[in-house]
Design a binder for this molecule. Structure first.
Ligand code: AHR
Length: 496
């Protein structure tokens, strides 16, 4: 038996919808094929961007989209990606498969994509192999109104008015693919580069420094010590990898319970990572002016057999859905410090929402979690007291339920519940204080499956899809329900 205690009237801060953000890199088939098919493609498109993908993503209200990388960002030279496409300089995408990049998807195409998705752009600049001037001119190109060399060039290239750009990242993984720097060195470079990331007119840039890899707490310490006044956000990257990064990560479709357990255990680690990075940040920034921006997270498995190892294409199962749900519950808990998160990556790469094959497209279990959890966007955080059985495997154990709750402007309470045990359902009793005098109705949506590796294919795209939750029994202040094994649920309690 599991028990939740929730006080309907007790809210504490807000959940920033930007934690439901996305990341799309020039990597494998994410940008090319996933979004960009070109104007002459037989796949229905608008100015080269495929319509089916845009339509599906609009449904989950993506709040912010990070681009162009990732590791690609620190070798991307934006000037090669503007102007007539046929004249654009080609480059080699050395990080991701050594393929030739034709630069057909550049700044104008990305900004158009954001307009089509109705999402905020988050652009990652090049520190590793780019100059201060190059970064500075990119911001001028995108945001300067009136007359200036870059604004004039943008107009020549077909865009009269500047774009609105809020989020700008100064480098990516500068401890690794972004230049193999020491934190002291990067911190100084960050201070220098960000100085020339200017606010033009009304456009105000929110500056994000490249943050730590996983549990590199020293990186956070150094950045906070030397650069706090110059940052709005500091990033954090952590991927859920059941195995070993170099020696075999594990297969996306592995049905074994051992892999399941390791994955869940690693997913829960995000809580500790945020807690410890936050504690360091609290010392330098007790008022929480600098946010944690988890701009890369998600599962990372071995690529699907027979696919290009540099393209990071993996299938997506009910296990991924659980990982997503657990992460959101963790981000909700840390809503005061975590102001944005960007899953890696939107289409065809790592923990994707969408997979494509030519003109075919499917929605993954992870997509459905984003859809179900959109009720939490910009909602008030409601603390939950959780008493849960444990899910154990040999001597190791983790809490079986991951839970969080929020209340929206209409007064609806949304409770998201992940049962990470692949075998055991659990009876759940939810005590809802503060509801007694208000007649209420309750409804729920659930995502679950029979097999540990249940997933959607182009032939069977609806194997894993949300269903109406049955058996919700509300009586007075108490809601009783049976939570199936390996399930993600969202229960809505509303005053009539
Ligand atoms: O998302 C794939 C890669 O993972 C990104 O390019 C990089 O930033 C990280 O190591």
């Amino acid at each position: 038996m599991a028990q939740l205690n929730i006080n309907y009237d007790n809210t504490k801060g807000m959940i920033n919808k930007n934690i439901y953000g996305h990341f799309s890199e020039h990597l494998g088939r994410c940008i090319y094929e996933g979004f960009w098919v070109g104007e002459d493609s037989s796949i229905p498109n608008t100015k080269g961007i495929r319509n089916d993908v845009v339509e599906a993503l609009r449904n989950i209200n993506i709040p912010v989209l990070r681009w162009p990388g990732g590791c690609f960002a620190d070798e991307y030279h934006w000037k090669d990606g503007v102007g007539p496409r046929e004249n654009r300089k080609k480059m080699i995408n050395t990080h991701w498969g050594g393929v030739t990049e034709n630069n057909h998807f550049g700044t104008h195409e990305f900004m158009l994509l954001c307009e089509m998705l109705d999402t905020e752009p988050y652009v990652a600049g090049n520190v590793g192999s780019g100059t201060v001037q190059e970064m500075s001119e990119w911001v001028e190109y995108m945001t300067m109104d009136g007359e200036s060399p870059m604004a004039d060039w943008r107009k020549e290239n077909g865009r009269e008015k500047p774009w609105k750009l809020k989020y700008f990242g100064v480098g990516n993984e500068n401890w690794g693919c972004g230049g193999n720097m020491r934190p002291e060195y990067y911190s100084d470079l960050y201070r220098q580069y960000q100085t020339y990331v200017r606010d033009y007119g009304e456009n105000k840039i929110y500056k994000i420094a490249g943050g730590a890899n996983i549990d590199d707490y020293n990186w956070t310490e150094v950045l906070m010590k030397y650069s706090t006044p110059f940052m709005d956000g500091l990033s954090l990257h952590y991927y859920t990898i059941p195995g070993h990064f170099w020696k075999g990560k594990g297969a996306a479709l592995d049905p074994s319970e051992d892999e399941w357990y390791k994955t869940m255990k690693k997913a829960f680690w995000m809580d500790e990572l945020i807690t410890r990075h936050s504690a360091i940040m609290d010392q330098y920034d007790p008022d929480k002016n600098v946010a944690i921006i988890v701009d890369e997270w998600g599962t990372w498995f071995d690529v699907e057999p027979g696919t290009n190892p540099g393209f990071l294409y993996q299938q997506n199962t009910i296990r991924d859905a659980l990982v997503a749900g657990v992460h959101f519950n963790i981000f909700h808990k840390h809503h005061e410090r975590v102001q944005m998160a960007n899953i890696a990556q939107t289409v065809n790469v790592l923990q994707a929402m969408i997979l494509t094959d030519g003109s075919d497209m499917l929605l993954t279990p992870t997509y459905h979690v984003f859809d179900m959890f959109k009720v939490h966007h910009d909602a008030a955080y409601v603390p939950v007291e959780v008493s849960s059985p444990v899910y154990s495997n040999d001597e190791r154990e983790i809490q079986q339920l991951s839970v969080s709750a929020s209340k929206n402007e209409q007064g609806e309470l949304n409770i998201s519940i992940c049962n990470i045990d692949p075998n055991k359902e659990v009876p759940l009793s939810i005590s809802l204080r503060g509801l007694t005098d208000t007649p209420s109705k309750v409804q729920g949506t659930i995502l679950t499956a029979e097999e540990n590796n249940a997933h959607n294919t182009f032939k069977d795209p609806d194997t894993v899809k949300p269903e109406k939750m049955e058996g919700l029994d509300l009586s007075g202040e108490t809601l009783n329900v049976q939570i199936p094994a390996k399930s993600v649920s969202v229960i809505t309690v509303s005053a009539k």
